[in-house]
Design a protein around this ligand. Structure first.
Ligand SMILES: *Cc1c(COP(=O)(O)O)cnc(C)c1O
Length: 455
């Protein structure tokens, strides 16, 4: 197996190369040259870790031996605080919630980023090189990445967040990690300022000459394959003929991982994409036209996205891997923010995907309704999916994904239910911990000098 780019199908890269590189130089995203088929019957009665091994191994077997992967996966999930790792909760006859908030930072991001951290650790030890990760965060990704990379040898991590513009829990989850290789930068600006500086620094030759730079955002292929695991896991737990999933969606990473599971042979009948007021995916699938709006702030901030990067991977697959066509579509869309998709492409997408847009009001109502009706408390991202689950009629079992622990979004929970969400003990104790961060002016030169001083 090798890896090609959505903008150049003739590319032939190894797994290690695409792990380090993240995004292809031609602007495309990486995909494997073919889809390995997993006979899911062989996964029955296996543990989460064993399922993870069987699902992930075909994608990297040219670069890692099976035993080393066992060690990496053991390490990855050993600190998750549920024995099932990803428990399936039954609400009624064929409606289920898959809870993905048992990692160290209480969002589903941990399931992939903990794996990514251990993968890099393995390759950096073997290749005796070093690397600097650089990222901007508005919340969940930053804390998950910091937790995954803390204390790792020959890895430095710089995460920018907008000063005083993230929640206290989100800040503390990052700044109470005191390891020497973790550098939190609170930037006197907004999230876009953080992102702009990070993007420019990636193009800075001076900095690149001092250390290789890498990103931890969700276009990295290794993150997607770690997420494929819990779709197989749900299926074998339910042991029915077919299954549907409902996935609250931002960057299209999580829901595309479900699509990958289907390419690998999992009998998924329908995939429901759920967006909030930032509904570009919903509109695209219904109207066949990708049209950018301004980003709106909602109760589910991790879904406040207009350009869903991973959607390009789906377009490539639905276009029968015609990378010339995807190149044309994406360049035109990035220029104008408005693109009509070819009919056959949108038809293929509609075969499996259904899409929905859920408002702030519906989100609050759903949180309230599920606490009353099912005694189930969900975070606002999860609630967008549950609002679809409640109204869905299907003969097959449907699994809606719980993406974060409700306590991470205490103010929304309070607004919906009138009560505070109970913090898990692992979050509760961060309020007494020492914090480490620097507060910097919104100036690229100042940020760059700080990074160079630290590495
Ligand atoms: C990242 C995130 C999402 C969106 O997932 P994508 O893979 O970007 O589609 C939804 N909910 C929560 C809580 C998240 O952290």
């Amino acid at each position: 197996m090798h890896y090609l780019s959505t903008r150049n199908k003739n590319k032939k890269e190894s797994f290690v190369n695409i792990l380090y590189e993240g995004l292809s130089k031609d602007g495309g995203l990486y995909l494997p040259s073919s889809w390995p088929l997993i006979p899911y019957e062989t996964l029955k009665n296996k543990s989460y870790k064993e399922v993870a091994h069987d699902v992930i191994y075909p994608f990297l077997k040219d670069d890692i031996d099976a035993d080393s992967l066992v060690t990496i996966i053991d390490k990855t999930y050993e600190n998750f605080h549920h024995k099932e790792v990803a428990p399936l909760v039954k609400l009624n006859k064929n409606k289920y919630v898959l809870e993905l908030f048992y990692g160290p930072t209480f969002s589903f991001k941990d399931y992939a980023l903990q794996f990514l951290g251990n993968l890099f650790d393995y390759f950096i030890k073997n290749n005796k090189n070093n690397i600097t990760f650089l990222g901007a965060t508005s919340g969940d990704t930053g804390s998950a990445a910091i937790n995954a990379l803390k204390g790792k040898k020959n890895i430095q991590v710089f995460i920018l967040h907008p000063y005083e513009k993230i929640s206290k829990v989100q800040r503390l989850q990052m700044t109470t990690v005191l390891d020497n290789n973790i550098h939190n930068i609170a930037l006197k600006g907004n999230f876009d300022d953080c992102q702009r500086i990070v993007k420019k620094l990636f193009l800075d030759n001076d900095l690149q000459n001092k250390t290789p730079l890498s990103a931890v955002n969700s276009i990295n292929w290794a993150r997607l394959i770690a997420q494929v695991v819990y779709y197989f896991w749900s299926y074998i737990k339910l042991d029915q003929k077919k299954i549907n999933f409902i996935v609250p969606t931002g960057n299209f990473g999580n829901v595309f991982s479900a699509r990958i599971a289907k390419y690998m042979g999992l009998p998924i009948e329908q995939l429901h994409i759920v967006t909030n007021a930032n509904d570009i995916l919903h509109r695209t699938i219904n109207e066949g036209r990708m049209f950018l709006n301004k980003v709106e702030k909602t109760y589910s901030p991790s879904m406040d996205i207009q350009i869903s990067s991973n959607f390009e991977r789906q377009l490539f697959e639905s276009a029968n891997r015609d990378s010339d066509l995807i190149n044309k579509i994406m360049l035109s869309f990035l220029k104008t923010g408005d693109e009509v998709l070819p009919d056959n492409l949108i038809k293929d997408i509609r075969l499996i995907y259904n899409s929905h847009s859920v408002s702030n009001t519906e989100t609050l109502n759903t949180i309230r309704k599920f606490t009353n009706k099912y005694n189930y408390l969900s975070d606002p991202h999860t609630a967008t999916g549950l609002s679809v689950l409640e109204n869905l009629i299907s003969e097959n079992p449907t699994v809606s994904l719980a993406c974060a622990h409700p306590a991470k979004f205490g103010n929304v929970i309070k607004a919906a239910t009138g009560k505070e969400a109970k913090l898990p003990s692992q979050i509760d104790n961060i309020f007494d911990k020492e914090e480490k961060m620097v507060i910097l002016d919104n100036d690229i030169q100042i940020v760059k000098n700080h990074i160079i001083d630290c590495i």
